[in-house]
Design a protein around this ligand. Sequence first.
Ligand code: ATP
Length: 484
Amino acid sequence: MKVLVVGGGGREHALVWKIAQSPLAPEILCAPGNPGTARHARNVPVAANDLFRLVDLARREAVDLVVIGPEEPLCLGLADKLRGANIPTFGPGASGARIEGSKVFSKELLERHKIPCAADRRFDRSGAAKSYLEGCTTWPQVVKADGLAAGKGVFVCHDARSACAAVDAIMENKSLGAAGSRVVVEEFLVGEEASVLAITDGETILILEPVVDHKQVGDGDTGPNTGGMGVFSPVPTLTRRIQRQIEQRIIVPAVHALRREEIDYKGVLYAGLMITESGPRVLEFNARFGDPEAQVLVRRLKGDLLPILVATAKGALASIEPPDWDPRVCIGVVAAARGYPGPVQKGDLVAGIEDGEKVPDTVVFQAGTARAKNGDLLTVGGRVLCVTALGADLTEARDRAYAGYSKVTFDGKFCRRDIGLRAQARPVPAEGPDGAPGTPGSAAGTGFHAGRDVPKRPARSAAAPRGSSRESGGGAGSGSGTAS
Ligand code: ATP
C-alpha cells in the first residue's frame, strides 16, 4: 500500500510516524514533509497548497490513500480534486472544511442545528461591529476574524476601546488579509477548555480521547495566542457524564448537521470546547487533526491507524473496531524559537534529538526544522519541535517530556513550563454516580470512545441535541439544556 501524507509540520511527522508502524508495511510519501518525516517517508518537494502538483503526484505515484494534514489545502478543495481523480482521500472537501475556514459559516451551522456554543453577532462592516461593541455592557467580549488565521485571529477584549482596536486591525488594516473581511463577536465563556476530535466518514463516528492544548505563549495562560505550546491527554476533569454530553449534544449533532446540509465529510471533525457550568459549548471547529494534539493522540492510540484512515476515506468506517488507547498519560511540550508567535530567528543549529529520545517512552516530532546542504539540522519556523512522553502518571509524563526537552538544543529555545499542570490544578466537578472522573485509562472502551453509528438517514430527533434551547437574538444556540 502506498500513502501520501500532505503537509510538513509536527502533525504530519506524527501521522507519518504512526502510519509507518502499520503491519501493512506501507510505502509513505510526504509532501513537502520535514527532516522528521524523512526518517519514515520519502519527502517530495511539493508545497501543501500546490493543488495541481499534489494531484499530479498522487496520480503518478498511484497512491492508494492521501491523508491531508493542514487546513489550508482542505479549504482550497484538495480533497475534492483528489476524489475527482478517484484517489481515496482522508480529509473533507472544501464545503466541509468551511466549518474551520469560516467562523461565520460555522456559527450559522451551529445555530441552525441548535448545537451549544457562545452567543454571538456577525458583522461585515467595521462601523456596525464597533457600534455594537461600544454599546456592550458585559465584558470581556471575544472578537474573531472570520477566516483562517493560524491562531492569531481571536482577541479576548476587556473593554470597548481594545475591542474596537481589534476590529480596526482585522477589518480596516487587514492585518490578517482576506480572513478579516467579516468578524464574529462572541460572548466570553467561562470554564475549562478541552478538545475532542472525532474521525467520521459522514455516517460512522469514532470519537478519540480528549486532549487539552495550551494556546497562549506564556506560563499560566499569559501572552498572545499561538498555534499551540503543549498538550496533554487524557483529561481527568472531563467526567464520563461530560464526555457523554459532548458526544450527544455536540459531536453526533454536528455530523448529522453536515449530512443534512448534504456535505460529504470524510476526515477529522475537531471540536474545541469550553466546559461551562451549564455544560460543554463549542468554541471552534477544525477540519483536521490538531497540531500538537495529533502528536499525543498517536502516542496513546494502540494498534494500527492506517486501516482507520483508509476506511474513512472509503466510507467504510463502520467496519472498523474502535481502537484501544494506552491508559498512560501523554504530555507534549513544544520547543519554540525566540520571538514566537511573532517573527522568529531562523537558521540555528538543532542538536540532541537522539539524546532526547533516549529518555524512556519519549518521541520527538519535528515541525520547524530543515536540513542544510551539509546535513546540519536547522530551525526554520516558530514551533521547532514537540517532545512527547508517556508516563504512568502526570508527574512521570511531565518529568520525561521536560527531560527530553532539556536534551534538545538550539539558540533561543523556549517552552511553557506548566504543560499538564492544569490536569491536576483544577477541581473535578462534583457529579452523580455516573459522573466519575475520567481517570487515566478509565475512558478507553467506554461507549463514548467506541465507534458510533449514525443512521444512514438520521432521524430529525437524533440530529437535534435533546433538551437544548435556542436563545433569541444573535445568539447561536447558546442555550444549553439539561443533560439528556
Ligand atoms: P484562528 O481562527 O486564529 O486560527 P483559533 O481557531 O485557534 O484561532 P479559537 O479556538 O476560536 O481560535 O480561539 C482561540 C482561543 O481563544 C480559545 O482556545 C480560547 O482560549 C479563547 N476563546 C475563543 N472564543 C472564546 C469565547 N467565546 N470565550 C472565551 N474564550 C474564548
